[in-house]
Design a protein around this ligand. Structure first.
Ligand code: ADP
Ligand code: MG
Length: 586
């Protein structure tokens, strides 16, 4: 079929009106031709023979009458071996290759195939290929770093097929035919290791299940107090400088998942550079292999307009879903979704739509909800994979009442609220235990109770203690220390100790930055004994001295290598101080 063509009749920022001939569809990708340059654009509205298109590039020099050629394709992700370890832009151009071509400053209109066409992969056919074959069925596998990358029947091969040919074990490029399949009518179709999927359509083949497994992050405040399940969703809103990006980078490094997809959607350029500089050097704790081997990074470059932010969010999600389909645990991190929402607002304004709250489009909440819907646990072919989504929101001035935070809050399962007061006081991670919450506590509690009896009750008791401690602290600011009872003073000191020695963690100390679950449990157990104790102090000062001394020892223990001699000694000493005979706790 001949592809449609068009001409530009109007331009407003990166929104173009195009008069077209032929058939096009919503979401179709077209190229705006500027001499040798062609700029990628997407159809967002069609009326009669007029289309509105958003261009993913700077529209400088686009003139009245400029030609547009449509592709017939939607915005798609290329899926196949070679995704891991790569840095892409929002349109899935591999940035290192672009840079090699255009040098330090990326030019617009320069596109590169997402995946390497030359590289050879050792393909091992699967033994259990059976008829009928349906999309997502296993054909074979290749080894991608530490990951066994499953080659599945392309998701867009709808219907049932029989296998005509499956390539023997050997080295193939991703565009080589590794299988031939026939449908009921006898049509033959060649299958390669490379497949495409429209990024805005959820990729979910199989049965969706409710999340059950705990996601460990090595951050005590998350794992213990506000835990997350694999396949769940969580969000960290916070003002500028509160530690959102540091938190996301921590999660990317230490979360207990197989694959991490990082979407840096247009936060400060320096942060993206930092990710690109630090990530290639990091080593995965579990496997001792470079962390990049399990990571895909998608970031927007400064040369691209905001429309690319939207593309990058969806691009990241499709890649994450692809790996989930192989039965892997995937974590998608997006920093920050506010930038994406701003892109929606800008485009909605240009389309002259009726604005909603704070000029965001009325469909903001439904777009946000549809995005988080793509998370979850999926079972197919006897395998279970999960996609967990963790995002940040950057509300201006840290006001959580604004539409993006509110729309996000109504759909996510966990909320880690970062507060300016905490980050100013250098209490990191600045997750505010008074504002944060998680819906996963009952399920996580079931798992954790097998490791530590009464785990859920203890966590809830700690939350209550922190709330009371905060109230007492505020009261003391007004009436002075002498105005509160010794019992209140003790509650206050306990909650201070819990916050500073347990909930806070120094991201820049090699030991304290990551606390494995066993270590968290060991310490949490110790603290529960302390919190249950009855004290009789004669003066406030006596109480303070006791708790500050304990707090000091606990904090120091966090910096010691786990299970080292020093750690064991510090642990014993604290046991003694709490009045437990050595060995009772471990
Ligand atoms: P945001 O992304 O919210 O604007 P960042 O994540 O860039 O904020 O954090 C700003 C600064 O705060 C960091 O450069 C770092 O100095 C400090 N910071 C944030 N989190 C931590 C942490 N967990 N430990 C120590 N310092 C932190
Ligand atoms: Mg940031």
């Amino acid at each position: 079929m001949k592809q449609a063509t068009g001409v530009v009749t109007k331009a407003l920022g990166n929104l173009l009106s195009v008069e077209f001939e032929g058939a096009i569809r919503q979401g179709e990708v077209g190229a705006v031709l500027l001499g040798d340059l062609s700029l990628m654009a997407e159809v967002i509205e069609i009326a009669g023979n007029q289309a509105k298109m958003q261009v993913f590039e700077d529209t400088k020099e686009v003139v009245y009458g400029a030609k547009v050629s449509f592709t017939g394709h939607l915005l798609e992700a290329e899926l196949g071996p070679g995704l891991l370890g790569t840095v892409f832009d929002g349109l899935q151009n591999p940035l290192h290759k672009l840079a090699a071509r255009s040098g330090l400053f990326l030019e617009r209109g320069v596109y590169e195939p997402s995946l390497d066409r030359e590289k050879r992969w050792l393909f091992t056919p699967s033994k259990e290929v059976q008829a009928p074959l349906v999309p997502g069925d296993l054909l074979g596998s290749v080894q991608e770093g530490n990951i066994t990358h499953e080659i599945m029947l392309p998701f867009s091969c709808y219907g049932e097929w029989t296998l005509e040919f499956l390539a023997p074990q050997g080295e193939y490029q991703i565009e080589d035919a590794i299988a031939k399949i026939v449908d009921r009518e006898g049509n033959l179709h060649e299958v390669t290791m490379l497949q495409r999927w429209p990024v805005k359509s959820p990729l979910q083949i199989g049965k969706k299940r409710s999340p059950e497994e705990v996601l460990n992050t090595g951050l005590r405040i998350i794992d213990t107090q506000f835990p997350i399940l694999k396949g769940g969703t969580f969000c960290a809103p916070g003002p500028f400088g509160a530690g959102k990006t540091v938190l996301q980078q921590h999660l990317a490094k230490y979360s207990s998942v197989d694959i991490v997809v990082i979407v840096a959607c247009g936060e400060r350029a320096g942060e993206v550079v930092e990710v690109l500089e630090t990530f290639p050097e990091l080593v995965d704790q579990k496997t001792n292999r470079p962390l990049m081997e399990r990571t895909v990074i998608i970031c927007n470059t400064s040369s691209m307009p905001v429309a690319a932010r939207e593309a990058s969010v969806y691009m990241g999600t499709s890649i994450a879903e692809y790996y989930r389909q192989m039965g892997l645990d995937v974590l998608l991190l997006a920093d920050s979704t506010s930038r994406w929402a701003q892109a929606m607002r800008e485009m909605s304004g240009r389309l002259e739509e009726i604005p909603g709250q704070e000029a965001f489009p009325a469909y903001l909440a439904s777009r946000i909800a549809a995005f988080y819907e793509r998370s979850g646990v999926i079972s197919s072919r006897g395998k279970t994979g999960s996609l967990t989504m963790g995002t940040t929101v950057s509300p201006s001035g840290g006001n959580f009442e604004e539409p993006v935070t509110q729309a996000t809050l109504s759909v996510v399962g966990g909320f880690h609220a970062l507060s300016r007061a905490r980050s100013d006081a250098r209490r990191y991670p600045a997750i505010d235990p008074l504002l944060s919450w998680t819906k996963y506590l009952p399920k996580v509690g079931k798992v954790m109770s097998t490791l530590l009896p009464n785990w859920t009750e203890s966590v809830l008791a700690c939350a209550k203690m922190v709330r009371e401690g905060d109230e007492i602290g505020k009261r003391m600011e007004v009436v002075g220390e002498e105005g509160v009872s010794t019992q209140d003073m003790i509650t206050y000191l306990k909650s201070e100790l819990y916050e500073s020695a347990y909930l806070q963690q120094n991201a820049f100390d090699p030991e304290d930055t990551y606390t494995p679950l066993e270590r968290q449990l060991e310490m949490f157990r110790l603290l529960q004994h302390l919190f249950c104790q009855e004290f009789r102090f004669n003066t406030h000062d006596e109480a303070r001295t006791h708790f500050l001394d304990l707090q000091h020892h606990l904090k120091n223990m966090n910096y010691l290598v786990y299970r080292s001699k020093e750690y064991q000694e510090a642990y014993r000493l604290i046991e003694e101080k709490i009045g437990l005979s050595a060995g009772v706790l471990v």
